[in-house]
Design a protein around this ligand. Sequence first.
Ligand code: HEM
Length: 435
Amino acid sequence: MTTTHETTPRTQTPVFDSTAALLVKGYGWLPDLRRRAGGAPAVPVRLAGRRGVALHGSAAVEFFYDERHVRREGALPGPVLDTLFGQGAVHTLDGERHSARKALFTAVLKDEQRIAALVERAEEEWDRAEARWPEHEQVVFFDEAARILTRAVHGWAGVPLPDDDAEAAGTARDLVAMVDGFAAVGPRHLRARWARKRQEERLAPLVEEVRYAGAPSGQSTVVQAVAAHRDADGEQLDPHTGAVELLNLLRPTVAVAWFLTFAAHALHRWPEHRARLAEGAEYALAFAQEVRRFYPFAPFVGGLAATDTRWEDVPVPRGSVVLLDVYGHHHDPELWPEPYVFEPGRFTGRGATAVHDDLIPQGGGDPETGHRCPGEDVTVALLAALAPRLARLPHDVPDQDLSIPLHRIPTRPHSGYVMARVRPDRGGRRPEGRT
Ligand code: HEM
């Protein structure tokens, strides 16, 4: 792993390397460390041989997302770049280089019309898939959701996808594998590496082709926007980096399948929310936010200390690892009363700004200027549109393992939520429970 900061961090106390503990304990690793440190808002850590500190709490979010404190270049380990994000991705940039690249993402992802267009495509793909579900004895909802989102995001982005269902399903599997294997060792990780290689090889020539096809008139497609983008140095992205950033739009949209499957889990465990979801958009939005708070996805985010600094009373030496607790943040009773109760009502009537740095499943701070996820509005819109459809879909839930293992990153209900005897939704807004 390379770093731009060569100074040796000077954390005072000896700290054992936690890489193995992280792999074994998953989401429990950081909360455990904090518990052992008496609930301290900052605990020393050592990961992959590098010392650092893990921060927790609202004040820590502000500290972490201040570029004077935390930078990203050299922070992400190779295995994460070679699977999840891609070499040279926006996630690894700082300062002007980051702002220029980030503008590409915010231009397409903060545009209400584009968000609505993506949601519309996802609803159309859902309808197509739903029409076929009654033909099967059982379907695995996670796999179906990933395919629906793969088709929707390709159409939306202007990226060709084979009509052939088997080939399209292969692309969906690759996009899922990149997320599924980034924090694993062994075959899962290898699958993620191969998937990235295949997808980069598919998309790099497309970026070039689109570029040579000339400047579009009117609103460009997403792939045209990627091909035409100019970085801070005024240069267009080389085809590989173009493919990496295109994948940074396609892959995380498909990753919304994780949240949709958590939504399915919530609707099964607490069926009273099915009826509430039929009430309309406000409850659907609140439900989407609670899914993002309650269920585990990103365990933490990380960077490197930009300078010798302190947080609370803990020294944070330049170049040391700085982690921000995400999973623990959403289950802290000081921030979220009764955090282990699934209660969408905690979000009704709360404006978006009121949850800004309390709710950080996709990072904190300002998405325009910092590293906060630019795809948050898309994620919430997809969840709010599709969860009510699931809520009113008549189906059986056969016996299956719906446990969500916390040692696995990223986790999801073990069975993927199997639906049996799916019956056509007659289009009514009548909620159905376990039928
Ligand atoms: C499943 C839902 C999603 C989750 C859990 C998620 C989570 C995250 C997290 C934790 C970060 C890192 C924040 C940081 O480093 O401080 C991030 C960044 C990012 N996300 Fe998402 N995201 C999701 C959906 C999306 C979507 C739908 C898109 C685009 C279509 C997207 C595009 C990005 C990009 C480009 C970045 C890098 C931002 C930067 O470094 O400036 N994400 N996301």
